[in-house]
Every structure is written in structure tokens, then in C-alpha cells.
Design a protein around this ligand. Structure first.
Ligand SMILES: CC(=O)N[C@H]1[C@@H](OP(=O)(O)O)O[C@H](CO)[C@@H](O)[C@@H]1O
Ligand SMILES: [Mg+2]
Length: 540
């Protein structure tokens, strides 16, 4: 393969550097591409957007024109913030190397520094002579998001990439579209790489799974005043109303100040109460999304209290269902579950001991969970905060697709498995897809949220965000469950934990915020609170 020649090379770099002047760097502090992408106040992101457009184009070229997506969203944060995120490929392709290139280019201060950085990246990455790239851009409903699409596209167009602006999409929709676009020279595809293709895939699978069920479920969905509101309404136009009824609340997408404001997943989780505009009624199922619709949780109330069914409960429900289907189909497939240390200890124990399914614990961040999930034939991965999906290995797909069916029960189970494969998002957590799958399983089990909630009882827990002067002094091991430095601190935490019945705790530096997080579990709510606060004292 011939790589880009010297003259073209210098010309290209010079042009990019010249054009980058249109998007001057204003962010006062260096940016680091982390598990959440680049997150900053929207006004600081134009320069990073232009430069991410360059790197995305090089990456797509390097990947033989496989599309690379750039998503502009900030999911669960305040409306003024934004995140730029490369979609799909960085979870599998030389992540650290390319994230390193991104950081160098995004943080280059002067034109000279940018020239040096770009030259070095172009050389190191051995880009083919012919830049041949596809860049797919999408953004959420935040007012500034669409303006950040312009610099991404400007950079990609200078490099003559094929650029498609998908306008407003949820994060999982862009993931799906990138994943389903036919890769250069191959015909394999999971469906049409369009929003229509996405809705078609979901509705067709859902109809097939609900066809034999007797119930007509109904839910109230808090869309956090984000993009999920529009997309859910669009999806519901494709769904047979006899199979599901949805009422969408917090759907004010034209009121940016209302985004995630007293609503959405983090509000419900942190406040342990329903969002604004939801007055809880008995025997009604409620769902909250985050504002880019990649996370969800369920909740309900009874005469005693308010109950949340989070990612741990959703993962367990999916595991129960898949176990049934695998058994009924007569397949020998290894099902596994991937969690982070934030998964409630009771969920881990339920999955390992009651369901007898292996559990892998990894560092937070969806890409870490996805990698680990690929080790199983069928890997369910979920963060407690509602973010997750299911991956099927290529061999599992082939076994499911070619299995010889001996009875009607086996036929039905295989058919259901095929529909589950079609329903779940193959690339990331997806609130819409996961909500439909939860409804399928509840209909299949013929149960309400109460029965689901009772599959295990959570150990009381407390999560505290703790501001520290310098989080870089905290380094960890063992899926971020143990501190290596500051030296001696882990022993002090262990000594504290030993004093509590069912005690478990850990401290780790956040990857996305300037803080450490302290998580503690113990037998009672007050003990878990006490343990967490004592650890915070240790840190201070
Ligand atoms: C406790 C917690 O919820 N942590 C979140 C948060 O990571 P931190 O590294 O803890 O800031 O943001 C990540 C990216 O969105 C998400 O994957 C993760 O689950
Ligand atoms: Mg999100």
C-alpha cells in the first residue's frame, strides 16, 4: 500500500492548519478524550470539533472507508455543555493510539504546533495515498449542538471525505447507522443504514416477539426533554397499538433550559423520586431516559414506597429470558454477564449463584463492558446507571441461524432469539430498544414491575462524588476496585469495610469529572451511608 506522498502531505497539512483558524481554540484547559468523549462548555468545542473531523477522516481512511460517526450530545448533563464523541470504531480499533492522536491534535496551541502534530499523526498512522473516508455526523436537540456539526464537516470536506449530516438523532441511532452501513467492498449489513431502517428493525422484531402474548402493556415515559421524545413518538407510529401503549412526558424539546432539568434518569436515580410532570399512580409502569436516549430505568410506587429498577435489574431480567430461550431451543451457548463495580452486590450474587451465569467485572465505560461481553457466546453488559445491551458472537449467530429444529417449542425459541438479536442495539446501549425488550420479557413472564423487582433485594448502597484537589494521585487496579496509590489508603478502607456487615466499598477517580467517587454497601441504609462518609473523611 502506498502512503500519502510528501508534496500532497505538506499541502494537506498546510490547508488544514489554515482552515483551522476559522475555529480558534478557546478552551482554557487541555482536553482529554475519555470514556465520555470530549466534554466541555459548548462555546469551547468548535475547535475540537474541527480537529475531531480531521482525525475521524484519517481513521475512516485507515479503515478502508468504513464510516466513522461523530456524535454531538451531552447526554445527561446541563444544556450548556456538550460532548463530541467518535462513534463505534474507537471501541474496537487501536483505541489508545487514536485517542492519543486526538488529544495531541485537539490540544495543539499554535499553528506551528498543529502543523507538527498533524504531520506526525499522518506519518505515524500510515494513511493510504488516497484519502477515502465516510463521516456520519449527528447531534441531539441542544441548541448549540447543530453548530458543532459544521466544523466537523468542514474538516472532513477539506479532506474530501463523503460526509453525511444525519441532523437530529439519538446516540444509539447514529451507532446503529454507522454499524449497519455496508463496509467498503462487502455486502454484510444488519439492516438499512437509515433512521427508517432503525425503526423498521425495532418494530418488526417487537411485533414478532409480542405476537403470541395476551397482554397490552402500557407505560409512561419521561424523555428528559431530550431527543428521545421525538424518536420515541416516531417509533410508536410504527408499533401496533395493540402491543404497546406509550405516553411520553417531559417532551419539550424546544425548551433547552428544561433538558435534564428535574427529569431524566440521573435526577430519578440521585433524588430517588419521580421526575417533574409525573404523578405516580399505583400499578402504572414508568420509564426515564437520559437526554440522548442511550440509558433507561423503570420505576413504580406501591403503598409503601418508590422503587427503581436500574441497569442491574434490567440485565438480570434479560439474563432470565435468554436462559429460558437458550434452554428451550436446545442450544449449548455460554451466556455471560458483564458489570462494573457499581453493580449492586445482590445482583452479582443473584446472577452467579441463582442463575449460575458467570459475571465479569470491568472498569466503568461502555467500551470496557463491550469488550468483555465479546468473550461470551451471548454477553449481556450493563452499567447500574441503565446503560447496556447484549452482544452475540459470530459463532453464536451462526449456531442460532443454522440450528436444526426438532419441535415446535424449539422453533419458537429460535424464532424469538432471532428477534431479540434484531431488537437489541448491536453497538451501544439504547433506551428505545431496551424498553421494548423489557416489555417483551414482562409480557412473556406475565408479570408486573413488583415481581421483577423482587427477583433480588438490593444491598443498601451509597455513592458520593467527592471533590479532591488532585484526582490523578488516585490510581487503581482490579477493575478499579482497589486503590494502589496513595499508598496505604486501600488498607485503611479495608479496615473500615471490615467493621460493617455485608460491607463493600471502593474509591476511584472519575474519568469524566474532576472528582473521585466513593461507593459503599452495607446491611442497612444508615450503615452504607456511614461507611461512605467515613471513607470520604479518609480522602479529605
Ligand atoms: C458511577 C458512574 O455512573 N459512572 C459513569 C461515568 O464515569 P466516571 O468515570 O465515573 O465519571 O460516566 C461514564 C461515561 O458516560 C459512564 O460509563 C460511567 O458509568
Ligand atoms: Mg447518554
Amino acid at each position: 500500500m502506498s502512503v500519502i506522498d510528501d508534496d500532497i502531505f505538506h499541502e494537506t497539512v498546510a490547508k488544514l492548519v489554515r482552515e483551522s483558524d476559522k475555529f480558534p481554540k478557546t478552551c482554557p484547559t487541555p482536553m482529554r478524550y475519555n470514556i465520555g468523549g470530549y466534554r466541555a462548555s459548548a462555546e469551547f468545542l468548535s475547535s475540537a470539533a474541527f480537529r475531531i473531523g480531521i482525525i475521524a477522516t484519517l481513521l475512516s481512511t485507515k479503515l478502508h472507508s468504513q464510516p466513522v460517526g461523530v456524535m454531538i450530545t451531552a447526554s445527561h448533563t446541563v444544556p450548556a455543555e456538550n460532548v463530541l464523541k467518535i462513534v463505534n470504531v474507537l471501541s474496537s480499533y487501536d483505541t489508545q493510539k487514536w485517542e492519543g492522536y486526538l488529544d495531541q491534535v485537539v490540544n495543539a496551541d499554535s499553528a506551528d504546533e498543529l502543523t507538527v502534530c498533524l504531520s506526525s499523526v499522518l506519518k505515524k498512522s500510515q494513511i493510504p495515498a488516497q484519502i477515502n473516508a465516510q463521516i456520519f455526523v449527528a447531534y441531539d436537540t441542544r441548541p448549540f449542538s447543530r453548530h458543532l456539526a459544521e466544523p466537523v464537516m468542514a474538516a472532513a470536506e477539506i479532506l474530501q471525505a463523503r460526509c453525511i449530516d444525519y441532523h437530529v438523532l439519538s446516540t444509539p441511532q447514529l451507532h446503529y447507522i454507522v454499524k449497519s452501513a455496508p463496509v467498503y467492498n462487502t455486502a454484510d449489513s444488519i439492516g438499512a443504514p437509515t433512521e427508517e431502517g432503525y425503526f423498521h428493525r425495532l418494530s418488526e422484531a417487537f411485533h414478532s416477539l409480542m405476537a403470541s402474548k395476551q397482554v397490552r402493556p402500557s407505560i409512561v415515559v419521561d424523555a428528559a426533554n431530550g431527543v428521545g421524545a421525538i424518536k420515541l413518538k416516531k417509533l410508536m407510529k410504527e408499533i401496533n397499538p395493540n402491543f404497546l401503549h406509550v405516553e411520553v412526558v417531559n417532551d419539550h424539546i424546544n425548551c433547552p433550559e428544561e433538558l435534564n432539568n428535574s427529569c431524566g434518569i440521573d435526577y430519578v436515580l440521585n433524588q430517588q423520586r419521580p421526575p417533574l410532570n409525573v404523578s405516580m399512580q399505583k400499578d402504572v409502569k414508568y420509564v426515564s431516559f437520559d437526554a440522548d436516549a442511550d440509558r433507561l430505568l423503570y420505576y413504580y410506587s406501591d403503598s409503601h414506597s418508590f422503587h427503581i429498577l436500574d441497569g442491574d435489574k434490567i440485565a438480570s431480567l434479560f439474563a432470565l429470558y435468554l436462559l429460558d430461550l437458550i434452554r428451550a431451543a436446545g442450544l449449548q451457548l455460554q451466556l455471560g454477564l458483564v458489570q462494573t463495580a457499581y453493580a449492586n452486590g445482590a445482583s452479582t450474587s443473584y446472577i452467579q449463584k441463582t442463575l449460575k451465569i458467570p459475571v465479569t467485572c470491568v472498569s466503568p465505560g461502555l467500551k470496557n463492558l463491550q469488550w468483555a461481553a465479546q468473550a461470551y457466546d451471548i454477553g449481556i453488559y450493563f452499567e447500574a446507571n441503565g446503560h447496556g445491551s447484549i452482544v452475540f458472537s459470530p459463532s453464536a449467530l451462526s449456531i442460532i441461524n443454522t440450528h436444526e429444529v426438532l419441535s415446535p417449542a424449539q422453533f419458537n425459541a429460535i424464532k424469538a432469539l432471532k428477534s431479540v438479536i434484531q431488537l437489541v442495539n448491536p453497538a451501544c446501549g439504547d433506551a428505545l430498544a431496551n424498553m421494548l425488550l423489557v416489555e417483551v420479557v414482562l409480557a412473556y413472564k406475565n408479570c408486573f414491575l413488583r415481581e421483577w423487582n423482587h427477583i433480588f433485594v438490593e444491598i443498601p448502597s451509597r455513592l458520593i462524588k467527592c471533590e479532591v484537589p488532585d484526582r490523578s494521585i488516585y490510581t487503581t487496579a482490579d477493575a478499579e476496585r482497589k486503590l494502589i496509590t496513595p499508598e496505604g489508603l486501600q488498607q485503611k478502607i479495608d479496615a473500615l469495610v471490615a467493621k460493617y456487615t455485608n460491607g463493600r466499598a471502593f474509591v476511584r477517580p472519575s474519568d469524566t469529572e474532576d472528582a473521585t467517587r466513593v461507593y459503599a454497601e452495607a446491611s442497612t441504609r444508615s450503615e452504607s451511608e456511614d461507611l461512605a462518609l467515613r471513607i470520604v473523611e479518609l480522602l479529605q
